[in-house]
Design a protein around this ligand. Sequence first.
Ligand code: 3PG
Length: 306
Amino acid sequence: MKVLLATEKPFAAAAVNGIRQIIEDAGHTLVLLEKYTDRNQLVTAVNDANALIVRSDIIDTNIIKAAPELQIVVRAGAGYDNIDLETTRERNIIVENTPGQNSNAVAELVFGMAVMAVRNMYDGTSGTELKGKRLGIHAFGQVGRNVARIAKGFGMDVSALDPFCPDEVMIQAGVKPVHSVEELYTNNDVVSLHIPATAETRGSVGARLINLMPKGALLINTARKEVINEPELEEILAERPDLKYVADIKPGNAETLVEKFGSRVFFTPKKMGAQTAEANINAGLAAARLIVQYFNDGSAPHQVNR
Ligand code: 3PG
C-alpha cells in the first residue's frame, strides 16, 4: 500500500524517520510531501495514495476526488475540522485522529504564553504572577487536563467547564467543576480555551463572554481561531484596556489588533502548540501505527467519521 505523508507544516526529522520505519516494516511504501506551497502539489500526490497522514492540512472534496485509491486518512493530531467528513463518509474512507498525543506540547505553550503576557511581553515593566490566580479551563479534554496539571505547579486555583466530562474526573484532578459558561468567564483571571471548532462553537467566544472577565484578565486561545468572534474581540479590547488576548495562530484581524493594542495581544506566526519533536513523534508514530493496523485487520479504534 502507498502511504502519503502530506504536511504543509513538516514534522521533526525524527518523527518522519519513525513513521517510515513503521510503514516500511509492515511492507508498505511511504511517500513524502512536506512543506508544500501549492495545493496542486497535494492534488497530484494523492492520486495513487491508499492512505494519507496529515496535520492541519485541508482535506476537502477536491483532494478526496483526486484520490480514487484512498482508503484511510489519519489526522496526526487531535482536531479534525480540516477534513471533510461528509465526503469521506460517502466514499467509505476511514478518518481517524490521534487523541492525546500532542496535548502536553499544547499545554506547555499555554503557560509559555501566559507567563509572557502577565510579564507584559518582557518589556521591562513590572508584571504579575500566575501563583494564586484563578484559571478557568474551557473544555476539559486531553489538552485541558494537561493544562490543569501544569497550573497546579504554578499554584493556580483551577476550575473547568465541560458538559461532556463528568464532575468526578475534574474533582479527582483537583479541579473545580463549573456548570455555566458565564460562571467560567466571570470568576477567572485567566481563561484558557480548549474547545474544538464545530458548528456550535464557531464565533462563540465574543464580547458578551469576554466582558464578563474580571479586571486585568487574560484570555488564552490555543484551540482554534474560528471559535473567537474576531470583530467583537476587537471591540471589547478597545472598550476594556485592562484585558489581554494571546493566541496560538493569528486571527484574521491580527494586524489591526497589534496596531491598536500593541503588547496587550500576542499571536504565533503559525500554529505552534504541537510543534515539538516529542509531539511530532508521538502523533506521527501513532498515525503510522493506525494505518498499519487498519491494513492488517480493518480496525480503526479512533475513527471520527462513523
Ligand atoms: C491539533 O489539533 O492536534 C493541534 O491543533 C495541532 O495541529 P498541527 O498538527 O497542525 O500543529
